[in-house]
Structure formats: C-alpha cells, structure tokens
Design a protein. Structure first.
Length: 408
C-alpha cells in the first residue's frame, strides 16, 4: 500500500467517503483516489426523504464533508466521471473519458439504483424516483406545483416521502401490493402501527392493490390505473418499489456477484486486493453466519470504516448488527437486529402501542432476534445485548415496561 498507485475507491458515496476519511485517520499517507459518477461531492441519503425534502435542512448539510475537505486531506476526488471497466490483471480502472487510474487496492462502493416500474405510462413526465440529490430537489419542486401525490410502494422511502408530502399540505395516496406497509420487514402487529400512523395523518393508504398503468395527457401524468380498473388521480407519482445493487462493474471484472458483490467478513472479494462496502456489498456476517446485504445509512458508514482498515491489512471484521431508523410525522424509530420474513414465532410489544411509545421485539424459540424502539430512547444498546446474548427470555417479563431489559 505504499507505491504510487495507492488505493482507488469507486463510488463517491457515504461508504466511499467514510473509507477515504478512515484511511487518513488510520495513518495512511499514500495516494487515495475517490471517483464518483455524480457531479456532487459525497452526500448522505436519509435527508433526501426526510429533512431536506421537508425543507427543514439546507443543502449543505447533506454532504458528508465540507467543501475543501478532500483537498485538505490530499484525497484526489474525481466527480462526474463514471468508471466503465475494472482490469484486475493490470490493476487499473477505466473512466468514461478514456483515462485510466492504477491501483494497489480497490474498494467498490457503487451503491444501488431504484427499480423501475414496468407498467404502461411509467415514462411519463411527473413520474419520480428518489435516490439522488437531484431527485429530492425535483420532488420538492413538484410538491409546490401539484396537490395530488400518488406514491407506489409503502416501503421506508415511500412512507417517509408520504409524511413529507403531508407536511407540505398535499393530498397523498399510497398504493401497496401487500396487505400492510412493511409487512415482510415488521410482521403484521408492527406493520399495523405504520398503517394507522399514516391514516391518522389523512393519507389514503390502499393495500393489497396492483398498479396496472400510469395515465397521462400531453406527456404528463394524470393518474394511476389499478388492477380492478379503478382510477386514482395524480399530479405527480413517486415510485418506491425497491433498489438494485450496482454490481455490474464487479460482474464484468469476473468477481462473484449475487444480490450485490459477494465479500467475506473483511469485506474482501475473492481477489485479495478488491473490496466492496455499502449497499452493493453482500457481506458474510460472522455472528449471523450468513451473507447479508443491508441498504441503510448506518451500514454504509460502518462498513466504510471497516473496509479502510481491511485495505490497510489490519484484522478488521464487519460484525455489527443491522441497524436502521426512520422519522415519520412525530414518530421516531430505531431498529436493531435481523429477522428473515416469517423467521420469528413471537412478537412482543412493551409499552404504550396506542400512544406510539413502545419497544417491539421479534423472537424465535425464546431468543430475541431484533428489537425496535418507537419514540423510546436510550435502550438500543440493551436491545443489542439481548440479541447477542442468545439466551432464552421470558416473553412476559420482556413485555413488562417496569423491568429493566437486562433483568428480563
């Protein structure tokens, strides 16, 4: 890691920027090149569907580092320059402008892309996706022009955008093909909390529906046609039906892919000088004993740090439990752990569910697999302790809010 080629990071994302910062913090003085296909320096994505979309925070706050930070830390930041090829034999990456950059070690933090809706009319003007900074800015401008918003997909992005649209005073309809929003992630009991939350805030939440087409006039969206031929009028449509990891560069380079770029617990591919982190990394999790790809902010930030240490030859392993959060209306939530769909046999609720101040636990064979706080704070560490202990707990004691979690 000491010759002139240095370390190249492909993907000017949160994971990529965090890795670059961590390399310098760990004392690496060699060349660091951070390459991104967007024109902006690395930024954080949660504000795009939260504070920035709501207008509660200004543009500068979305960026990972202040303007000038990369130059000050001798990081060669190249923006608006997509990488088109990785040559593992020559240890070079090729940019869209035909130039080449050599590497001693390579980190891929290429992120993901929203899945496109495959129905007639999906290419009409007024159909939006939310992933990049420009997407959030376009959506914010559209909120100011059209009072009727239809959101297709009641996942985290869709629900956060629905909350932002309602805060802007718009009429919001959310269309979801499952029986409840977030059903596969949270299970019926907790998914119902989010359904009730949005209906309480006057969102027209329609579940168990199919989108057949998007209708328009003069090239602009006017509504959505459902599977039963009913019509939902719309001035704009936001599609949030999941994301696809950007693993094509790795696949073309002959690296193993499958639901992202396959890496070990050190975030290393089968090529010992090529690593991956963030949304695109399908990493082996030693505590869960399985490969796992996590699409959330905390994972990108944490993996960026571990990737930097691995690149430097340190004994770094990524074994953090998955964590994510959301803010919708007056509800703040933090989730820790991992549960596969239908992978639990009991849900335990502790606290005031109706008042939306509670903790939810997902158990299998008496063991806590995951926990989620809703407007309840400073218990995440205790939840993680319960999960990592692997011990069987009494579900009745777990549900008792008067008992400390370390006493259940």
């Amino acid at each position: 890691m000491v010759n002139s080629a240095g370390i190249v990071i492909v993907g000017a994302s949160l994971a990529g920027a965090t890795a670059a910062q961590s390399l310098r913090e760990e004392g690496f003085t060699g060349r660091v090149t951070l390459i991104g296909d967007e024109p902006h320096r690395p930024y954080e994505r949660p504000p795009l569907s939260k504070g920035y979309l709501l207008g509660d925070s200004d543009r500068e706050k979305v960026f990972v580092h202040p303007d000038g930070w990369y130059a000050e830390h001798d990081i060669d930041l190249r923006l608006g320059t997509p990488v088109t090829r990785v040559d593992r034999a020559e240890r070079t990456v090729t940019l869209a402008d035909g130039s080449h950059v050599g590497y001693d070690a390579l980190l891929l933090t290429t992120g993901s892309t929203p899945r496109r809706l495959q129905v007639p009319g999906a290419d009409l003007g007024g159909v939006h996706y939310l992933r990049r900074l420009e997407d959030s800015e376009r959506l914010k401008s559209a909120f100011a022009r059209g009072p009727r918003v239809v959101i297709i997909g009641a996942g985290w992005i869709g629900l956060e955008a629905a909350a932002a649209a309602r805060a802007a005073g718009l009429n919001v309809t959310v269309l979801e093909q499952a029986e409840l929003p977030l059903l596969r992630v949270l299970g019926r009991d907790v998914a119902q909390v989010f359904a009730d939350l949005h209906r309480h805030h006057a969102v027209d939440l329609r579940c168990a529906v199919q989108v057949a087409a998007i209708t328009g006039h003069d090239g602009r969206v006017t509504g959505v046609t459902l599977g039963d031929s009913s019509q939902v009028p719309a001035d704009l449509v936001l599609v949030g039906v999941g994301i696809t990891p950007n693993a094509q560069l790795a696949e073309d380079a002959g690296l193993e892919t499958g639901n992202g770029i396959v890496v070990d617990a050190q975030l290393r591919t089968a090529d010992p000088v090529v690593y991956a982190a963030g949304d695109v990394a399908n990493a082996y999790h030693p505590w869960l004993a399985r490969h796992l790809r996590v699409e959330h902010w905390a994972n990108a930030r944490r993996q960026g740090k571990v990737a930097a240490r691995s690149l430097l030859g340190q004994d770094a392993v990524y074994d953090r439990l998955p964590y994510f959060f959301t803010d919708q209306y007056d509800l703040g939530m933090e989730y820790t752990g991992f549960v596969e769909p239908d992978g639990h046999d009991r849900t335990v609720l502790r606290g005031d569910v109706a008042g939306r101040e509670f903790v939810a636990f997902w158990l299998a064979d008496g063991r806590v697999l995951a926990g989620m706080t809703v407007n309840t704070w400073e218990v995440t560490e205790a939840i993680e302790g319960l999960i990592r202990s692997g011990r069987s707990v009494d579900h009745r004691r777990l549900a008792d809010p008067d008992l400390p979690l370390d006493a259940v």
